[in-house]
Design a protein around this ligand. Structure first.
Ligand code: IPE
Ligand code: IPE
Ligand code: MG
Ligand code: MG
Length: 304
């Protein structure tokens, strides 16, 4: 059987993402503490355990399209993936979603213990900021550094991811509607994804006054929401082994999801509509944004 030929554009983007994933992993290895104690082992285990690195890819694709320095992109990509790894460790803890499997392996607190998992998450969060603050060989220009730090802090704290996680947990014991669920998804998952687009722009010295700023920010918001809607859909339609995490987690925790509120077909239709709106936003942008479009396409077509 011959596989259908991938278009040149797709092939190019596959090479782009593969190449950047390898570079990122090398970069992360340099930043991570060496395996000498339980805390460091838990950190390494949770960062180097097979994440898809989609947030990093958004940063590379946005920044590259806008002519950013690759080293600056490595710093932003590494810091976001460290934050993301921390968020997953804490999300899986017994006090939160209580999930035993992450990325196809025992979740951090199962492999180690609850206290080590909490501390590993804490340490990863501060490490993410240190990565942007100091590096032996790469020095971010001052303005860019401050912009990146602000964007990351805003996206993950009391007005971003952590707030969303609090709303998500509170909703386990209350009845919420689609507006409230949309808000939860935007905060808990969308905020960090949107931040990746902003970080890619910062790395290229693009400011809010630039013609592309609002367009790309809106694109980031749309695909951020799509990502979590698709996550809800995948959890309802795909087995745990394929997902690399517990496909019964939402049910077990009485989570309200897009699938629970709208049904599979309408949840898919909502995600499709949002992704079309996101693509429309990129229409005036040139060929150099093809990798960003490819990654957005992957957001909706992924199967784990
Ligand atoms: C999982 O994100 C957590 C959500 C926000 C839904 P990913 O599916 O990007 O996780 P990894 O990094 O590939 O494991
Ligand atoms: C994860 O959301 C969001 C964050 C970690 C911030 P979920 O709890 O819905 O994601 P999974 O299914 O555990 O990956
Ligand atoms: Mg959760
Ligand atoms: Mg979870």
């Amino acid at each position: 059987m011959t596989l259908p030929k991938k278009s040149n554009v797709t092939q190019d983007s596959i090479s782009f993402t593969n190449m950047h994933k390898v570079m990122l992993d090398k970069f992360l290895l340099k930043i991570l503490p060496k395996n000498t104690n339980r805390l460091y082992q838990a950190i390494n285990y949770s960062v180097l355990n097979g994440g898809k690195r989609l947030r990093a890819m958004l940063i590379y694709a946005t920044g590259t399209a806008l002519g950013a320095n690759l080293d600056f992109l490595h710093l932003a990509a590494a810091s976001v993936e460290l934050v993301h790894a921390y968020s997953l460790i804490h999300d899986d803890l017994p006090a939160m979603d209580n999930d035993d499997i992450r990325r196809g392996k025992p979740s951090c607190h199962k492999k180690f213990d609850d206290a080590t998992a909490i501390l590993a998450g804490d340490a990863l969060q501060t490490l993410a900021f240190s990565v942007l603050l100091k590096n032996n060989t790469i020095k971010l220009p001052n303005n860019m550094q401050i912009n990146m730090l602000n964007t990351l802090a805003d996206a993950i704290g009391i007005h971003g991811m952590v707030y969303g996680q609090a709303l998500d947990l509170a909703a386990e014991t209350s009845v919420i509607d689609i507006q409230e669920l949309t808000k939860i998804h935007q905060y808990k998952t969308g905020a960090l994804i949107k931040a990746c687009i902003l970080l890619g722009m910062h790395a290229a010295n693009i400011t809010p006054q630039h013609a592309y700023w609002d367009r790309l920010s809106a694109f980031g918001e749309k695909i951020g929401l799509v990502f979590q809607i698709v996550d809800d859909i995948l959890e309802a339609t795909t087995d745990s082994q394929t997902l690399g995490k517990n496909s019964e987690s939402d049910l077990k925790n009485n989570k309200t999801t897009f699938v629970a509120l709208l049904g599979i077909n309408n949840a898919k239709a909502t995600a499709n509509k949002l992704i079309q709106e996101a693509f429309t936003l990129t229409q005036p942008l040139g060929e150099e944004f093809k990798h960003l479009r490819y990654i957005a396409d992957y957001f909706i077509n992924r199967n784990f």
